[in-house]
Design a protein around this ligand. Structure first.
Ligand SMILES: [Zn+2]
Length: 393
């Protein structure tokens, strides 16, 4: 929430008043993040203002002194309010439940709504587009923390695996709640993770594809995508981007091998690697982000199979085997070193950087997995998420 700053009031004062770690309030008030002029307004992360109607005989001062909160905080939130009976004032309310609702048909519009809610509540989480899809939708990256370790997660490379986006967004929300409530994540203070780790999350790599699966063809594309789909108007089997290119077959890691042997040889709902590596804007955006970010480890969420792949051509570092064993122990998922596949995001990452990369196949069933799988998947993979951000790699 946003409050007015009193003359002479420092961010450290506000951190004390609202019982927040100074780092979080500092990061929430970097230039350009807060609405209103910096210097006059202060963003208080993890709080919202709850309207309260003054009763007969009550004033801002009397409510402030009777509230369990520091009365200075309430006065700060109601500067200039006369406060006569019947008028409404704002009381600070600590946000204690998730603002993200991941257990839903997770479309690009839902993602945009949740990103807005998250950054409004937690302004120290920063959102920006890393590029745009074929249809011009932003591909959002969420960044949290400012440490040296850089850990990256992504979801929905594949269109009909959209459930992974909702799962990843809820995991992020859990971390943000832990930060503002000063809780531990995997036995570590969340704040120490924030200080040591920069978490990068791209919750939906393929927004056009997800929209196609959930909402049908966009205007002007009906004939083209139905043609690629063998005349069918049911797009539930669609994994590719809107041009019929499989984004997880687009990376320059033996792409030619995949191109040569893969059926189909033309745009299709799945598996077509494109006419050249990184020909698609979504794959290119992920490659450019990775090149400039220097990630120490990357984890891509897919569905399904309750297993994960952690090697590529023997180029993975020794530590990957340790992390894989822990991921398997925490999730119950089967650790598989390599499969006969090339040109995937994690394949390319391991090949180029020789750092840990994982493709995690969430849940079990037929894609798109039904929402009835959501809670079990969330429980299974939350250990993987926490272990990854909490310092495994
Ligand atoms: Zn997939």
């Amino acid at each position: 929430m946003i409050i007015g700053r009193l003359p002479g009031g420092s961010l450290a004062d506000y951190a004390r008043l609202f019982r927040l770690q100074p780092e979080l309030i500092q990061k929430s008030n970097e230039p350009g993040l807060c609405v209103g002029e910096v210097g006059e307004k202060v963003c208080i992360p993890g709080y919202s203002g709850k309207p309260y109607r003054l009763k007969e005989g009550e004033t801002v001062d009397s409510v402030a002194s009777n509230c369990h909160f520091d009365s200075k905080a309430i006065k700060l939130m109601n500067q200039g309010v006369q406060g006569h009976p019947g008028s409404s004032i704002l009381l600070p309310y600590r946000v204690e439940s998730p603002v993200v609702i991941g257990r839903t048909e997770y479309s690009p519009a839902i993602l945009a709504r949740d990103l807005e809610a998250l950054t409004e509540t937690y302004p120290f989480a920063k959102v920006s587009p890393i590029g745009y899809s074929v249809l011009g939708k932003p591909i959002w990256e969420l960044k949290i923390g400012s440490g040296e370790r850089k850990i990256h997660f992504n979801a929905s490379f594949h269109a009909n695996e959209w459930i992974t986006s909702g799962i990843l967004m809820e995991l992020v929300n859990m971390y943000l709640l832990a930060l503002c409530e000063n809780q531990s994540v995997f036995g570590k203070e969340a704040l120490s993770i924030f200080e040591s780790t920069e978490l990068s999350v791209v919750p939906m790599v393929n927004p056009d594809g997800v929209d196609l699966v959930l909402n049908g063809p966009p205007a002007g594309f009906g004939e083209a995508v139905t043609g690629m789909n063998g005349g069918r108007t049911d797009f539930s089997g669609w994994k590719a981007n809107i041009r019929g290119v499989d984004l997880n077959n687009q990376f320059p890691a033996n792409w030619e091998v995949e191109k040569e042997r893969k059926e189909p040889q033309s745009p299709a709902p799945r598996d077509f690697p494109g006419t050249a590596p990184l020909s698609e804007p979504e794959a290119l955006a992920m490659a450019r982000l990775t090149e400039k970010s220097g990630f120490d480890a990357v984890i891509a969420f897919h569905t399904q199979g309750e297993e994960f792949y952690w090697g590529y051509g023997g180029r993975e570092p020794a530590v990957s085997s340790y992390i894989a064993a822990e991921f398997s122990r925490l999730s119950g998922y089967r650790a598989v070193r390599t499969i006969d596949s090339h040109a995937g995001f994690k394949d390319w990452f391991i090949q180029e950087y020789r750092r840990p990369g994982f493709t995690i196949e969430l849940g079990k069933g037929i894609n798109p997995l039904p929402l009835s799988c959501f809670n079990k998947i969330y429980r299974d993979v939350s250990g993987i998420f926490q272990f990854a951000i909490g310092g495994c790699c």
